[in-house]
Design a protein around this ligand. Sequence first.
Ligand SMILES: [Zn+2]
Length: 148
Amino acid sequence: MKISEHFTLEEFSFSETAARLGLDNTPNLIVITNLGFVSALMERIRTLLGDRPIVVRSGYRSIAVNQAVGGVATSAHCRGLACDFVCPTFGTPAEVAQAILKSGIEYDQLILEYGWVHVGLAQAGLLSRREALTKRSPWAAYESGIRA
Ligand SMILES: [Zn+2]
């Protein structure tokens, strides 16, 4: 099901881990609504990156799936408010994160991770922190800013 011009609900709720481990990763109505906001954000990012295709690595993750992938318990992914992605035809994750950082696009968190970019939105009613971070490995602490 298409939820914006270039994104489908399926690509935001597919999880290889869920499929492999037989875990449920079906989004509820609140999550689907939030994924609508995320897809609107991803459309803005897609436009910023010159209308190049975005590969979604992870969107919604149920609590069980999030635990299985070692995600933090408070992850915005569990509310359907985050997206991990790459845009290889634009550049490296560092280049993508820098472009978003310099743009006027509003986000709660922008994280340059080891191999992809994470963007998250604030819950309805909460202010966006506009926080930019870098995480160099699964074990590394978060560093402030986008650091290539
Ligand atoms: Zn993420």
